[in-house]
Design a protein around this ligand. Structure first.
Ligand code: ADP
Length: 220
């Protein structure tokens, strides 16, 4: 199975789609957002720095991210492929990742862009809630992903919470950062012929169908 890099503006559904695909194709899910949120729990100097940057909507330093991702990919369960969610997020990370895979004889795989416009992304951010226990993500404004019982996780019944960086001020910064830092990564992979684009403003079921079609084609 080839590895998949999922790139998207904030709230385009990267996390939700990755989790579904990982279960379906038995691939490990490497989410830099989740890795960073776990690092915050350490409550040390680095954890506090990460928390501050994330809550402001800024990117966390490349050195921290690259070491988290590279360490995770070296784990045994990543030997047959993985889904990268949230990385690479700027050109430095993309080029560093290229070097890392060459050095370690890892296959590149392919890249899927989940595209969404700013207005739709903002609406989704303000409706997003997630489960601190099992990581499931829901959206109050979507017929597809609204929790069945308000405030409770469909999967495990825990109370749902809102991410600290899901507010309009942090969203503005995250979206501008996406355009400035991550859009060049999209262009980079497009120029290498590795990029597929999916319209992520569509309902989740349609987005998923499109992504699965691409995965099947790539693995034929
Ligand atoms: P979203 O894509 O909705 O913004 P993520 O969970 O992917 O959510 O990321 C949340 C935050 O984590 C980002 O706003 C950023 O502060 C930090 N982050 C995640 N991935 C990276 C990365 N590759 N490089 C730098 N910072 C990152």
């Amino acid at each position: 199975m080839k590895s998949i890099i999922l790139i998207a503006p904030p709230s385009a559904g990267k996390g939700t789609i990755s989790k579904i695909l990982c279960e379906e194709y038995h691939l490990p899910h490497i989410s830099t957002g989740d890795l960073l949120r776990s690092s915050i729990l350490n409550d040390d100097e680095q954890g506090n720095y990460i928390k501050q940057q994330m809550n402001l909507g800024n990117l966390v330093s490349d050195d921290i991210i690259i070491s988290l991702v590279e360490n995770r990919i070296m784990d045994n369960d990543c030997m047959n492929g993985y889904i990268l969610d949230g990385f690479p997020r700027n050109l430095k990370q993309a080029k560093q990742y290229d070097e890392f895979i060459v050095k370690n004889n890892i296959m590149m795989g392919f890249v899927v862009l989940l595209d969404i416009n700013r207005e739709e992304a903002q609406k989704r951010i303000l409706g997003r809630v997630s489960c601190p226990n099992c990581g499931a993500v829901f959206n109050l404004y979507s017929n597809d992903t609204r929790p069945r019982i308000a405030g409770l996780c469909d999967r495990c019944g825990s109370d749902l919470t809102r991410r600290e960086d899901d507010n309009s001020e942090a969203f503005d910064i995250r979206f501008s950062t996406y355009l400035k830092e991550t859009k060049p990564v999209v262009d980079y992979y497009e120029s290498k012929g590795l990029l597929y684009k999916v319209n992520s403003s569509n309902p989740l079921s349609q987005v998923l169908e499109q992504v699965e079609k691409i995965i099947r084609r790539e693995n034929d």
